[in-house]
Design a protein around this ligand. Structure first.
Ligand code: HEM
Length: 180
């Protein structure tokens, strides 16, 4: 019997060997499914950086033609100790029949983004089509994000952002390793 807190439909899974089969449409994204963790560097012309941070990214599926995205980050001190929680985003990857991919991201900071992009081998390049903000959110205009999976199974994240009056400039770069 299912536990009281689980819905009576397949639970999202990061394990491609059990649970519902990955939907055919998600095949271009299959290498991304899993739990990834690692560290990176964040900086921007308006902040007092660079800072080191840790990040965990979970990409799960329930057999339907999309992936569920969750990424949490935390700032690190020079010795690698956790200073405090940082960015937290939730979203959905929606692969399309023409080979493009849509990504919806919702940030805890009051920002919602719609990205569109491409899959080229083991590289995913995305750029925002639209960004909307709550009344109190910071002025984020646009972003470009890429994930690239190297032969050493390292997932490299790079993100450029146009925000708070600055043109598109790198904000985040990270190297994540598969933990599951
Ligand atoms: C791994 C992901 C990220 C990390 C570790 C990170 C970290 C930081 C840090 C440390 C700052 C300096 C202010 C502070 O200490 O809080 C900052 C500023 C900022 N970040 Fe990020 N960030 C990340 C992703 C994002 C994303 C996804 C967005 C937009 C949706 C974003 C938008 C901003 C903005 C608007 C500022 C303020 C700039 C300013 O007012 O000068 N960041 N970020």
């Amino acid at each position: 019997m299912s536990s009281p807190d689980s819905a009576p439909v397949p639970a999202p899974t990061t394990d491609l060997r059990s649970g519902p089969p990955l939907h055919e449409a998600c095949r271009p994204l299959s290498a991304l499914v899993g739990v990834w963790r690692g560290s990176g560097e964040v900086d921007y012309p308006t902040i007092d950086g660079p800072y080191r941070f840790g990040q965990q990214l979970t990409l799960a599926h329930d057999g339907r033609p999309f992936l569920r995205h969750e990424a949490r980050a935390w700032l690190l001190d020079a010795d690698g100790a956790v200073l405090r929680p940082a960015a937290w985003e939730l979203g959905w990857w929606r692969p399309q029949p023409d080979g493009t991919v849509e990504l919806l991201l919702s940030h805890s900071t009051g920002i919602q983004e719609l990205f569109s992009g491409t899959t080229t081998g083991q590289r995913w390049e995305l750029a925002t089509d639209s960004v909307v903000r709550t009344a109190t959110a910071k002025d984020v205009q646009a972003a470009r994000r890429s994930y690239a999976l190297g032969p050493d199974d390292v997932l490299e994240l790079t993100e450029h952002r146009a925000m708070v009056g600055v043109a598109m400039t790198q904000h985040v770069t990270a190297r994540l390793h598969r933990v599951r």
